[in-house]
Design a protein around this ligand. Sequence first.
Ligand code: KG4
Ligand code: ZN
Length: 331
Amino acid sequence: MKVLAIESSCDETAVAVANLNNGKVVIEKNLIASSAEMHVKYGGIIPEIAAREQLSSIIPLLKEVGVKEDNIDKIVVTFGPGLMGSLLIGTETAKALAWVWRKDVEGINHMIGHVAANWIVDNPEDKVPNFPCLALVVSGGHTDFLWIESKNEWSWIGGTRDDAAGEAYDKGARLLGLPYPGGVAIEKISAQATRKVKKLPRPMLNEGGLEMSFSGLKAALAKEINNTETVDKAAWAKEYNEAIVEVLVKKTELAINKKKPASFLLCGGVAANSLLRENLKHTAETLGVDFFVPKFSYCTDNAAMIAAAGLIFEDKSERDFKSPNPSLENY
Ligand code: KG4
Ligand code: ZN
């Protein structure tokens, strides 16, 4: 089974070709065009700019990937959650191509795409997760725990009640005068910290459930740095990073103890964070659970992960996520 995948839910336009070998996903091509640089000067994504860039990138990317109708079996495309204008570029392109080529087209939930990135292997002997899996999806729009019983049964079991962790990084970075994407900037400057600053709160850390909250954290940071004449950016970035990571690690520990999965999967753009990766690996392995995280390039948005979801999961639906999605029903 070979698939062509398209992803355009946020500021990236991505196309990939992948196949399934022995239950593992092998990527043949993986192309990406990002408009992230255009958003740097605004400190965040402007949806209209993202969609216009996607419109001009999608056809050149498809030409570059160079697939022909007789060497793919189906087309898969992210159909939500994401920015509506951006999603439409991918879904309409996929539908048009599928119609011309007379192929099946399948909508993929973006979050299941992030999870599925853990089935991508570089070598045939690389390990892939065993079910049941607990996944922590941490991205710019989501911070969710998913319980994945099997390839056709998954459910949402907890997550943030307000801002996503990635959003907290982006907003915190903006407060500190650091560039977008904030997670990358915060992590980078943290390494230069030479002193400790006042401890920021760890929201909902000691509340028993799997709920989290990150919106108060940026308010706490704003309060601290607005009262300071010269802000030690590196020291505050380090403290802010540690606060977010500590909450994610403690909640994961709770989720693992509660659900007892065979594998724990970390994924989403924030999974590129080294402190988070190291601490969660340690936590999972201490609790006797296999730890998986995609390699860096498959953590942030890409189409390889959407291909992987199309090859691995039977339930890729929008269920449990309340975001707009352009329907594929009339295809
Ligand atoms: O998954 P993703 O590429 O897009 C969404 O689906 O949202 O995630 C983007 C998010 C941004 O908020 C960005 O600040 C964050 O991932 N991010 C990081 C790091 N790299 C990207 N957060 C923390 N540490 C990083 N190294
Ligand atoms: Zn994403």
